[in-house]
Design a protein around this ligand. Structure first.
Ligand SMILES: *[C@@H]1O[C@H](CO)[C@@H](O)[C@H](O)[C@H]1NC(C)=O
Ligand SMILES: *[C@@H]1O[C@H](CO)[C@@H](O)[C@H](O)[C@H]1NC(C)=O
Ligand SMILES: *[C@@H]1O[C@H](CO)[C@@H](O)[C@H](O)[C@H]1NC(C)=O
Ligand SMILES: *[C@@H]1O[C@H](CO)[C@@H](O)[C@H](O)[C@H]1NC(C)=O
Length: 460
């Protein structure tokens, strides 16, 4: 349908429902404003004057559902094919430009899918002391469905510490930028220290005390916890351990005079500036009778140096799971690159929810959830998302740059069911009967998992 006939149709509909009325010149009394009074006629709105344009593909049949690019569209409108209507305002077009599938969903969206996206840029930042850094988090407070995992984005300036602490949840982390020294000791008295840079990963089991310090240039990292209600405000801190035990007890515990505790911090430090870490890491390699953490139980994995498991025309997939990083017993993750126009194929995870984070680019994820519901969510760098187990989803690169994102599962190895492979390995007669497809369509289904596809048949 042409743009102008569609617009004319909408104006006609709106115009017909806007009755004319006469306006009273006398100052109205409160009572005269209550309820029906012929003097209070409505003001006519001239919607013919709304200036807007539609994005390429926006008037195509709604079930085609191609991504919409509102970046250069004046006054984006909630219209898909023959559905929708005008939005006279108020509105903030920046939201529509970041979330085109919220304003103008594909016609295949249906029913209710619980919220699956959260921009960490909308989280309240917790600012560290002395400009040493900051953190912000996502948990069940912003994605109520995200019960199995929560995330934190944290920055430490050079010398800045995330203070010595521990927590009930297991912590998995991906370094986004810069470099960091990580340090820990476990319940066997085995010690650990390592330096990591962008693309590397660490993991601390529940209860293991650790600290983090920004190296030269500082560091930004992503933390994922195996508990959706995790909060950074609810961790056990070295500072509070000392502030919350009587000095008399501390003195007995350490066999030191009470004056030893004269200058301890009165409460939490959380993130604070410190003495820069010595460049020579060996200086911080403290070894007790327990020795060091054995290599097969290492708390770090230098994933930045791992080759992708799959290098494909449309991108790549690097898998880090307990088969190559054994200590992280339940964290199975994929670092996925999807090139412009390419698609992380439609799939689902059998036993685990997926927590994800977008490192770069723009994408959309379409989720199908039983029963008979589907919704499309848009993602940009710095957004995280959550897809409950068994729900199908795809990740389509909708921008001009590579999309890089991380899928995090709670599973002993990374796995998914590819819809393409599943139906490619089902007796064709069953598929043809079920989906009313032709023999030639079904025989084009692949027998192998594709992970990422870069097909252009959608344009035919
Ligand atoms: C880290 O961030 C800085 C500043 O934005 C940038 O110049 C640098 O390329 C980033 N490094 C990585 C590995 O992304
Ligand atoms: C991915 O590659 C790593 C490193 O080679 C390997 O340990 C792991 O088993 C691979 N994962 C899969 C699912 O192929
Ligand atoms: C589909 O076509 C192939 C040949 O291309 C044929 O061998 C097969 O019997 C056909 N299957 C059905 C269910 O018609
Ligand atoms: C299957 O498709 C054919 C033609 O494309 C159509 O005539 C037929 O009604 C469809 N069958 C069902 C069960 O929808």
């Amino acid at each position: 349908m042409a743009r102008f006939s569609l617009a004319a149709l909408l104006f006609a509909t709106l115009g017909a429902s806007a009755p004319t009325g006469s306006s009273s010149t006398a100052t109205p009394t409160t009572n005269s404003l209550l309820g029906y009074n012929p003097a209070n006629g409505v003001v006519n709105v001239d919607t013919d004057n709304i200036q807007y344009s539609l994005a390429p593909g926006q008037t195509d049949a709604a079930t085609i559902g191609a991504p919409l690019d509102f970046s250069n569209i004046e006054n984006p409108q909630p219209i898909r094919g023959s559905k929708g209507g005008l939005e006279p305002g108020p509105q903030t077009p920046e939201y529509a430009r970041l979330n085109p599938d919220r304003l103008a969903p594909p016609g295949t969206d249906h029913g209710a899918v619980k919220n699956a996206q959260w921009p960490l840029g909308l989280s309240h930042a917790k600012l560290g002391l002395g400009r040493a850094g900051w953190s912000r988090q996502q948990n069940v407070d912003n994605i109520p469905e995200a019960t199995e995992m929560a995330g934190v984005d944290m920055r430490l300036e050079e010398g800045g510490y995330r203070e010595l602490h521990w927590h009930k949840a297991a912590e998995w982390s991906y370094v986004l930028n810069g470099s960091v020294r990580v340090q820990a000791m476990n319940d066997n008295g085995e010690t650990f220290v390592d330096d990591l840079s962008a693309g590397d990963i660490w993991y601390f089991p529940p209860g293991i005390p650790h600290s983090l310090q920004g190296l030269e240039g500082g560091v930004e990292f992503l933390l994922v916890f195996d508990d959706g209600s995790f909060s950074e405000d609810n961790t056990f801190l070295a500072s509070e351990t000392f502030a919350r035990n009587p000095k008399e007890i501390l003195s007995k515990n350490f066999n030191l005079p009470k004056s030893a505790w004269d200058n301890i911090p009165p409460g939490e430090l959380f993130i604070f500036p410190g003495t820069k870490a010595p460049k020579d890491i060996a200086q911080q390699n403290i070894v007790g009778p327990g020795g060091i953490v054995p290599i097969e139980k290492s708390y770090t994995y230098h994933a930045s140096k791992q080759e992708p498991n799959f290098s494909l025309d449309g991108g790549s997939v690097k898998i880090v799971d307990p088969t190559n990083f054994p200590i992280a017993a339940k964290f199975s993750t994929a670092i996925v690159t999807v090139k412009p126009g390419a698609l992380r194929e439609i799939h689902w995870h059998t036993t685990s929810d997926e927590w994800n984070f977008f490192i770069s680019g723009s994408a959309r994820i379409g989720i199908y959830a039983a029963a008979n519901a589907a919704q499309t969510f848009d993602f940009n760098a710095g957004d995280c998302g959550y897809i409950p187990k068994a729900m199908t989803h795809y990740v389509e690169n909708t921008g001009k740059d590579d999309v890089v994102f991380i899928e995090v599962l709670q599973a002993d190895h990374f796995s998914d069911i590819s819809v393409g492979q599943w139906l490619g390995l089902t007796p064709p007669q069953i598929v043809m009967d079920t989906l009313n497809l032709t023999n030639s369509t079904v025989s084009a289904f692949k027998h192998e998992k594709q992970y990422i596809v870069t097909n252009n048949a959608a344009e035919t």
